[in-house]
Design a protein around this ligand. Structure first.
Ligand code: NAG
Ligand code: NAG
Ligand code: NAG
Length: 325
């Protein structure tokens, strides 16, 4: 276990960076990259086509946005345009308490015959301040939930415990839904804190469900969830069925930093720009873990909390204010 004070440094840097994007005190911090204290990749990133974005990322993003709507509205799918963008979705479970259990739901997406698991995130300012909390520890993976995790795998305690609170209901709902619908596919998604929980859910479901069931995990604005052994386990368990999408200069994927022993898994997709309508994004695939041509290479002097909210593509933004119902 390791309490993390160094993160306060990151908070301080982000604060300064937000206030003064130009060189500070005559020192150019523009090249500082405190994420390089860990294994990184500098493999070339390759462009993603609009077709790939439409076919693989848009539907998960539409679901992740709905997780910010209230549970009663989600249960009926009467949350306004956010729900209307997903017709033909049958909600199986929706819950959460706006506290220890962030909102979540499990649904049958009839059009794609997929069981979908979705977790709500939190406001980025709250998440950054939680991740700056001196009182967090790295804890062992819960092997009831992740039977293939060995003792080298360490996870952020807040993310691990938050996932634990809904693990049983998510697993049992998905299992019975697969049986009752005959669906053979599961999609797990979420944004921000919800991305962290969804990553762990994706691992749990891959380890627990029959191998004939396809499990896809596609998350947005993911903070680092665990150490290098965690990142390696995600790579070996999920491979390319895992994707984490980062938007431009979002600070959240930078925390907790690598120098306190956190590491992202592979398969980042990095959005490098979004047009002024919010509809069309240019994005690239980033091979390897912590690819320096993508989000981990961002200068700390050029971070934008707004980028955490989106828009990601097709004008999909995520956060409480993007579903007031
Ligand atoms: C959900 O649907 C029921 C029945 O149609 C309706 O009475 C109720 O008001 C709806 N709830 C919300 C939050 O829209
Ligand atoms: C592991 O998670 C389960 C929920 O699935 C919980 O009941 C159990 O107490 C957890 N075990 C440990 C050691 O924290
Ligand atoms: C994009 O979404 C935002 C927030 O949901 C909305 O206010 C804006 O009108 C949308 N823009 C376009 C071009 O649809």
């Amino acid at each position: 276990m390791r309490a993390v004070s160094a993160i306060l440094l990151l908070a301080a840097i982000i604060k300064v960076a937000t206030a003064a994007p130009t060189p500070l005190f005559g020192i150019d911090f523009g090249d500082i990259n405190i994420n390089t204290d860990g294994e990184t990749s500098d493999a070339d990133a390759t462009a993603l086509s609009q077709e790939d974005i439409t076919n693989t990322l848009v539907r998960p993003a539409l679901f992740a946005r709905v997780a910010y709507c209230s549970s009663p509205a989600v249960l009926n799918m009467t949350c306004g345009e956010q729900c209307d963008a997903l017709p033909n979705v049958k909600i199986l479970v929706a819950g959460g308490d706006d506290g220890l259990v962030p909102n979540f739901f499990v649904a049958h997406d009839v059009d794609t015959d997929t069981i979908v698991v979705v977790h709500q995130g939190t406001e980025p300012a709250n998440l950054l301040s939680d991740l700056n909390d001196l009182n967090f520890f790295q804890v062992d993976a819960n092997t009831t939930i992740l039977p293939k995790a060995n003792e080298d795998v360490k996870m952020h305690d807040g993310f691990a415990y938050t996932q634990e609170r809904t693990a049983d209901v998510v697993l049992s709902t998905v299992q019975s839904a697969l049986e009752s619908t005959g669906a053979k596919k599961v999609l797990v998604t979420g944004h921000s804190l919800g991305a962290a929980i969804a990553s762990i859910d994706g691992m749990m479901l891959r380890m627990k469900l029959d191998p004939s069931i396809a499990v896809t995990t596609t998350v947005f604005g993911l903070p680092r969830v665990g150490n290098k052994a965690w990142a390696d386990l995600v790579d070996s368990t999920l491979g390319t069925s895992f994707t984490h999408v980062t938007n431009q200069h979002d600070p959240v994927p930078q925390v907790p930093p690598q120098f306190v022993d956190f590491q992202h898994p592979s398969n980042e997709i990095h959005i490098t720009g979004v047009d002024s309508s919010g509809n069309t994004a240019t994005a690239q695939r980033c091979p390897g873990q912590e690819n320096q041509n993508c989000s981990p290479g961002n200068s700390l002097l050029d971070l934008s909390i707004d980028n955490h909210r989106g828009p990601y593509f097709q004008n999909i933004s995520m956060g409480n204010k993007f579903c007031p119902v």
